[in-house]
Design a protein around this ligand. Sequence first.
Ligand SMILES: [Zn+2]
Length: 556
Amino acid sequence: MTLTRIRGGTVHDPANNRDGVVMDLWFRDGVMVEGPGPGELPSRTHDASGLVVMPGGVDMHCHIAGPKVNLARKMRPEDHREAAPVRRTPITRSGTAGSVPSTFATGYLYAGLGYTTAVDAAIPPLAARHTHEEFHDTPILDKAFLILMGNNYYALKAIAEGEYERARAFAGWLLESSRAYGIKVVNPGGVEAWKSGWNNIHSLDEEVPHLPVTPRMILRGLAQASMDLGLPHPVHIHCNNLGLPGNAATTIGTMEALEGRRAHLAHIQFHSYGGEVSDQASFRSDVPRLADWINSHPEVSVDVGQVLFGSTTSMTGDGPLGYFLHQVTGRKWTSADTEMEAGCGIVPIVYKEKSFVHALQWAIGLEWYLLVKDPWRVGMSTDHPNGASFVAYPELVALLMDRGYRRDVLNRVHPRVRERSILQDLDREYTLQEIAIISRAGPARLLGLSTKGHLGVGADADITIYNSDRDRRRMFELPRMVFKAGELVVDRGEIRAESRGLTWHVCPGYDDGVLPDIRRWFESYYTIRFRNYPVDDSCLSGGGAVSPCDRGKRNP
Ligand SMILES: [Zn+2]
């Protein structure tokens, strides 16, 4: 029952309307409390006078575990050699850094930036057990993952046959069996078509050749299932046609196809392009039109997938996209097929300032942050490692908070970007409060993690304390102190303790009348027996934490 005080910090806690309030914060046993009991003295006090205090960072869309991250680690030994390794200390293990760090390094590097929660956005359920084991080896962070369902053969078949209840029950069973947090849709239908030997799908109403189901049907079915199952986070969508000129029309079409259902659109930067597919030179930003749509539809949120210049690794559940990137970059490429569930593609990539396409992608990402009026609905992301590594977040903060710096970079990059985007006309500068929203308070709210992203009574004592510094990149690169569940884990850049972190998952309940049919399906088509498929709680890192999903609910 140790009571700790953080004394006199300047607190940015947007969820509790604290915007630069100088105050004491208190926590006991890892949880924020109102203050000391009568006559009680804190066992420990940390002086935060003159320092900036925020909740721990929450990354709502990244790729830190699972099959494609491991494929990328194996495929890119040069990536490990280029970056300085994380050294072993009496507390930490060693690890490789770069765009696909090892599990341990991932935990240390995130914590070193003040992040305490991260959500992997694309795990094939078949790899859930392995993913939980990797989470176990990814220290400090609380973690969760979303399962890929937009090309899951069983789900697509149920939707194609008009059996929505069966699709919903299957989704509930799959979430519970994999101890997952939510439903992810990647290039709905397109991956299944492509990996079965047909072409990718490019229109919302094009049928998967061997299944009478369209992207529109998949989107509606899984968005509805996420809502009916009472999931804390709505369906998380990677639209069709990622990366192609003119794909903004598909993105608008996707949002309209949802017909008012709640949804989160991932790495929206990669889906915001004007121009013609047949003419790469026509490539331009279409963000103003899309941001207007978001501004007038509160049921839809986005994270950006910001591109920042440098070397990284593209990894996606969108198999045909991996092939497309291999074709346009000429770089090495891996593709994989996870049985009846998903695909993936991996390609190394170097984003260059002088490349018209890369520089325009950089500008388009920034347009998103600057054009969406409500920061609560824009999650800060680089789609780690697709647009850049998460370690580049401080650079992104500097770009958002300082229009002079932004202009300097804009004047350096490929000149045609100034004609094809409106970035040079955008004067908005983010405040510290808005940075606190897009990097912790907003993502926590969008994920439905009620004890994350804020510092009110009952919240997890995940706290990041920064030096106040006009050089925002320096400020966000090296927090002064980071607490995770009340434990001081980082002090002046040194890892001081290595906690394990919890895994968040949902138990939405489902109609178990569906089980005999799922069993038949598994015994016929999977390489794993039905009874061996579900993950049990013993696999969860540091014990599991069930999300605020309605656990008792069973659908009739
Ligand atoms: Zn992603």
